[in-house]
Design a protein around this ligand. Structure first.
Ligand SMILES: [Zn+2]
Length: 172
């Protein structure tokens, strides 16, 4: 791991119009694949954290490509985020009585959650918390095209990002 700023637009020029915070760490490689699937399930993208690479579905274009790329980049941010910030994000979601989500990945997981998942902080709940983080980042920094949250909830999440992650480079 390095402490230098990494400019994702150098390897992902399609991010040029996204307003990403500065990122610090070793570079992440992007590649494209057709009919991307992980264990038989169709996917828009897959992040390989230890290998520091992201595979994107070749059919993605424009704002969808930007949104999916930022979502995957924030999987690396979540990985390095540290427990206090993760716990703070989880508490925000636990207190948020909202319908919808900032993106489909979080939304289908949220709709499958039970009260017991929330109470016991099961694996399904924790996966939802992570996907909601990445989808919120994608909606805030790239495109809100998949957002179905009421504007006040997305605004509150954006405030959380600014207060918790703002003013410093994010480790990836
Ligand atoms: Zn994800």
């Amino acid at each position: 791991m390095t402490n230098s700023i990494w400019e994702p637009r150098s390897s992902a020029p399609w991010l040029s119009s996204s307003r990403l915070p500065p990122l610090t760490g070793a570079p992440i490689a992007f590649s494209f694949a057709e009919n991307l699937a992980v264990r038989g399930v169709k996917m828009d993208a897959a992040a390989f954290l230890r290998e520091r690479r992201v595979v994107l579905e070749r059919r993605l274009r424009g704002r969808d490509l930007r949104r999916v790329t930022v979502h995957e980049l924030f999987h690396f941010v979540w990985w390095r985020l540290g427990n206090p910030a993760r716990a703070s994000w989880e508490a925000l979601l636990a207190a948020e009585r909202s319908r919808g989500e900032a993106g489909w990945s979080a939304e289908w997981r949220k709709s499958a959650l039970t009260e017991a998942d929330r109470r016991n902080r099961t694996r399904r709940w924790r996966e939802y918390v992570c996907e909601a983080f990445c989808d919120a980042a994608a909606a805030i920094y790239a495109s809100p095209a998949q957002n179905t949250l009421a504007p006040r909830f997305l605004a509150k999440r954006e405030k959380w990002f600014a207060a918790t992650l703002g003013g410093r480079a994010l480790s990836i």
